[in-house]
Design a protein around this ligand. Structure first.
Ligand SMILES: Nc1ncnc2c1ncn2[C@@H]1O[C@H](COP(=O)(O)OP(=O)(O)OP(=O)(O)O)[C@@H](O)[C@H]1O
Ligand SMILES: [Mg+2]
Length: 361
């Protein structure tokens, strides 16, 4: 297995810069998720690690060795793509055997048989081994693609949105399976996705990539509770964090443009917030409460039913904010309600830069 390090990687395609000063450190045996919107540079990053492309600047290290002069084959990494690249007229077994039968350094037959059997058992595709791959469902095909990576026993698995073509239910099932597989193999996984739920549920660590730059790296817990900036705050979480413009006045949050104020925890000021400094106050919808005795009145603007909970959009003047409340909470549109927030959970961002005051400096 392997430790991967990217140092100060820049990648340009002609005049277009796809990656800028990228640093990544993926520990041996870690499940690392690179999360970013379309065009953020996710596939480019994987291709540089796999050796399919060269960085314009910077270095890729695998187990401490600079692999600049190594070809794709020597790097011993497996890349699983969103589109399955199976041979359609061959059986599942033949597809799994194929990576083990290169012209040079062919493995002994017994070893090939053993590896194919083991991969098939792990992925629960034993019953499909003799079927042609064009007779498989999407989920089965994706399992075979992953199987083709597993049989090689690579040092690193690189996965480029392998679940995004599948329907929601299958995606969820394979999410759990992939995570189990990674733990079972003890392998280093770099998994790329634009789906924040996938990232948060699967990653030991998550790196948020935006326009070719890593904005924040941390555990899902750190990313969720302590986002580095308003971009991460609004990208991660569903519904996203409420972001409300305001100012700090006497240790309270005073919202603009219509003045309503809410308390802040004692630590708010220590992070460098001074009275009157323009800020953005961030609060997760689950930390906003509806309570009859609460300080602020709002109108119910919208209600979405999500089974166990409801997402209520509140309107105070022109400000909208969302609260996640238990399904049994009785609310109707345009009803006046009162709300409060958990002062300990408020994140303060600088209005100009969007950077959290906890991360500044
Ligand atoms: N071979 C190339 N030539 C020119 N531009 C490229 C090339 N490959 C990628 N790019 C550009 O680099 C940027 C990053 O592309 P990349 O494919 O890495 O994004 P991505 O995060 O994988 O997006 P998606 O989620 O859509 O797959 C994009 O703006 C893309 O147009
Ligand atoms: Mg891509």
């Amino acid at each position: 297995m392997a430790h991967i390090e990217l140092k100060n990687i820049t990648k340009k395609f002609g005049g277009h810069t796809a990656l800028t000063g990228l640093n990544l450190d993926i520990a041996d045996g870690e499940f690392f998720v690179l999360l970013g919107e379309t065009g953020a540079g996710k596939t480019t990053t994987l291709r540089l690690i796999a050796g399919l492309d060269k960085p314009t600047e910077g270095q890729v290290f695998i187990d401490g060795v600079d692999v600049a002069d190594w070809g794709a084959a020597e790097r011993d990494v497996a890349l699983v793509l969103q589109q399955y690249s199976l041979y359609p007229r061959y059986t599942v077994r033949q597809n799994l055997e194929f990576p083990l039968k290169p012209k040079i350094r062919r493995l002994p037959d017994a070893e090939i048989k053993d590896r194919v059997a083991r991969a098939a058992r792990t992925l629960r595709i034993e019953h499909l081994l003799d079927r042609k791959t064009d007779r498989l469902s999407g989920g089965e095909m994706q399992r075979v693609s992953i199987g083709r990576a597993i049989v090689r026993k690579p040092r690193v698995f690189l996965m480029d949105e392998p679940l995004s073509a599948l329907d929601a239910k299958l995606r969820e099932a394979l999410r759990t399976e992939l995570k189990n597989l990674q733990m079972q193999l003890g392998a280093t996984f770099l998994f790329v996705t634009h789906d924040q739920i996938e990232a948060m549920s699967m990653g030991d660590k998550v790196g948020v990539l935006n326009h070719g730059r890593i904005i924040q790296t941390g555990t899902p817990h750190e990313i969720y509770n302590n986002p580095r900036d308003t971009y991460v705050a609004s990208f991660v979480g569903s519904p996203p964090m409420n972001l409300i413009d305001g100012r700090l006045v006497n240790d309270r949050a005073v919202m603009a443009p219509i003045n309503f104020e809410l308390p802040l925890a004692g630590g708010a000021r220590t992070s460098g917030a001074t009275d009157g400094r323009p800020l953005v106050f961030g609060i997760r919808p689950e930390d906003v409460y509806l309570e009859s005795g609460a300080p602020i009145e709002a109108q119910v603007h919208d209600v979405e039913n999500h089974g166990v909970e409801k997402i209520v959009t509140l309107r105070v003047g022109e400000t909208m904010l969302r609260a996640t409340v238990p399904a049994r909470t009785d609310v109707t549109i345009e009803q006046p309600v009162r709300f409060a927030w958990n002062p300990d959970k408020v994140v303060l961002f600088d209005k100009g830069s969007g950077i959290s005051l906890r991360h500044a400096g």
